[in-house]
Design a protein around this ligand. Structure first.
Ligand SMILES: Nc1ncnc2c1ncn2[C@@H]1O[C@H](COP(=O)(O)OP(=O)(O)OP(=O)(O)O)[C@@H](O)[C@H]1O
Ligand SMILES: [Mg+2]
Length: 463
């Protein structure tokens, strides 16, 4: 009897040109690997391409593509995947997710790419994966990495794969960041990627930057200042030394997981106007001990005030069953015309925030630090950002208040101990400081220290 073995089919996967770390990643079989470097070196394309190759190569394989928050993931790595990997392919189908099932791309060979924010771990809690990719892994805690790593294991119905792997990518952060330490210790394999590795930005035949590369590296990244320049342009793991809040701010303490906010906690809106610089609206809730929580944030450029107002109302759902209570106060930057527009469209009175820079810094720093009970008095919900502004992402500018903190720098050039805000950050950082001072004042008045007449009037107006 003769047996018939079907001829082995050659699998052809259209590939981008890969160089440096992105190329090395292809053959790397370490359990845990991180591709790190300056902004725009091709890390995400390299990581996603490897996941794509593995899913195509092993029918029935399952990969997790994750980032700390779902909002950030859909606005970043998933756009890169569609533009650079899928490129119009229709046979890989998108499923948007349901209450129980996470969102995913389904491959024609039965492989799956699950797409999920690690802020919503329930949906992948009981799943097993062959591969995982964590985008911008420095945003995560080490527990998140361990959570994902534990899920890399064989499945009864899964294919036989030669190895399972956790891939991460990131821009550098502080030198003592757990991920840098983990790479130093060798637990995570470090692959460093450079701008010359990105074919879009560097032409190997001429050994020169392309037009786009010149614009991005020398136009955008060169214009960054302080710690952001060191990390995003030069790819260095440097701390925020010299930044105003270096001793006060600690991401692990000041950025927390969301919890249900009791309806009776007073709410405040703090708004800074901007068009080229972002328009920022922060929703604060205050607990009985005077702790402020930013539970929602709108941070967006190039949109009209009236459109922002619509979005603010839509998310606040004032007066609806599960909506927010009306804010006790809406504090704004001083622009009279913008304030009038906002008031008209929100149907709420607004108040100008106090602008006292040094008092604002002191209050904010004190609130970032842990109080006697070990908890700070100002915290951000990790997933408070409503939507990530693509243009700010591309320009490597902060895309939310949490990302601004390292950018507050002391200017001592004239021997003056004054917080000057450098080039790209002008405006909204100033606002963030004085805005918060006023929110603090408002909170004190809400707590019974009713020494602020405007605060009382506003509270009365919104009750
Ligand atoms: N191998 C490649 N071939 C062609 N273009 C590429 C390649 N890698 C990256 N690019 C292009 O360069 C741009 C930046 O790539 P990518 O998003 O992967 O960079 P990154 O290093 O992840 O950046 P960031 O540090 O901002 O996350 C993308 O728009 C992509 O189209
Ligand atoms: Mg990236």
């Amino acid at each position: 009897m003769t047996t018939y073995a079907p001829p082995k089919q050659e699998l052809r996967i259209p590939a981008p040109e890969l160089r440096g770390a992105a190329l090395a990643l292809g053959s790397c079989q370490d359990r845990e690997v991180c591709i790190e470097g300056s902004a725009g070196t091709g890390k995400t394309v390299g990581a996603l391409f490897k996941i794509h190759v593995l899913l195509s190569r092993y029918p029935g394989a399952r990969a997790l593509v994750a980032r700390k928050t779902n909002t950030a993931l859909s606005g970043s790595a998933m756009v890169t995947y569609r533009d650079n990997i899928l490129r119009g392919r229709r046979d890989i189908r998108w499923f948007g997710g349901s209450k129980e099932k996470p969102a995913a791309y389904y491959y024609p060979n039965g492989s799956e790419m699950i797409v999920n924010g690690l802020d919503k771990p329930e949906k992948v809690q009981s799943s097993e994966f062959d591969y995982a990719y964590i985008n911008e892994a420095t945003e995560c805690e080490i527990e998140d990495i361990e959570f994902v790593r534990m899920r890399l294991r064989p499945r009864t119905t899964g294919p036989e794969v030669p190895y399972r792997q956790l891939i991460m990518d990131c821009n550098p952060d502080a030198p003592d960041h757990w991920l840098n330490q983990r790479m130093n210790e060798g637990v995570t394999m470090r692959l460093t990627s450079y701008h010359e590795d990105n074919p879009r930005y560097f032409d190997r035949s001429t050994q020169d930057w392309t037009e786009e590369g010149r614009e991005y590296i020398f136009g955008i990244l060169e214009g960054l200042t302080g710690v952001r320049r060191e990390r995003f342009l030069l790819g260095k793991w440097v701390g925020a030394e010299g930044s105003i809040y270096e001793d006060a701010w600690d991401r692990r303490r000041n950025v927390i997981d969301r919890f249900p906010i009791p309806a009776e906690w007073p709410r405040y809106l703090v708004v800074d106007f901007g068009f080229t610089n972002p328009f920022v609206c922060k929703w604060y809730a205050m607990d009985g001990d005077g702790r402020g929580y930013v539970y929602r944030e709108l941070y967006k450029t190039k949109r009209l005030v009236e459109d922002h107002a619509k979005q603010i109302k839509q998310h606040s759902q004032w007066g609806q069953e599960h909506g927010d209570p009306l804010p006790r106060m809406v504090l704004c930057d001083h622009d009279a015309e913008d304030r009038a527009t906002l008031e008209r469209h929100l149907g709420l009175i607004t108040y100008p925030a106090q602008k006292n820079v040094s008092a604002g810094i002191q209050v904010t720093a004190a609130r970032y630090r842990p109080a006697g009970d070990g908890k700070p008095r100002l915290m951000y919900f990790r997933d408070c950002l409503i939507e990530r502004d693509r243009e700010l992402v591309n320009k490597k500018k902060p895309t939310c208040s949490v990302e601004e903190v390292d950018g507050y720098i002391w200017d001592t050039r004239q021997g003056v101990n004054f917080a000057r805000v450098y080039a790209i950050l002008t405006g909204f950082i100033d606002w963030s400081r004085h805005g918060y001072t006023s929110a603090h004042a408002a909170a004190s008045s809400a707590a019974g220290v009713r020494n602020n007449r405007r605060g009382q009037e506003a509270a009365a107006a919104h009750r």
